[in-house]
Design a protein around this ligand. Structure first.
Ligand SMILES: [Zn+2]
Length: 108
């Protein structure tokens, strides 16, 4: 499994996503990558249509917002039976079209 990475500031400890060159809290440039780890699903939406051809055979599909334990929010793809409040881990999955997608998988 490839883990989704966030940035951690070694000066103040703040976690950040998306990537930046300076810490959003203290403006230090002392940022290191770390695995996003787990989080909790805050919101779920069912996607019935998409302009992306790569998703055509996966519709309808769930997308949602996850609050990571480290602090940042992340919008990502969800498992078909995901519900708000579920604990999830975040993984990177190849989309088959050369891209990488963040995927929330049930924790455990
Ligand atoms: Zn900082």
């Amino acid at each position: 499994m490839t883990y989704f990475m966030i940035q951690r500031c070694t000066a103040c400890g703040a976690a950040g996503y998306p990537r930046r060159t300076l810490c959003r809290r203290c403006l230090a440039d002392a940022l290191v990558d770390e695995a996003a780890g787990a989080g909790r699903i805050l919101a779920v939406a069912r996607l019935h249509r998409s302009f992306e051809q790569a998703f055509a055979d996966r519709l309808p599909m769930l997308i949602g917002t996850v609050l990571l334990d480290a602090g940042p929010h992340l919008h990502c793809f969800l498992a078909p039976d995901a519900r708000a409040g579920d604990r999830v881990g975040i993984a990177c999955v190849a989309d088959g079209d050369g891209g990488i997608l963040a995927h929330a998988e049930p924790e455990g």
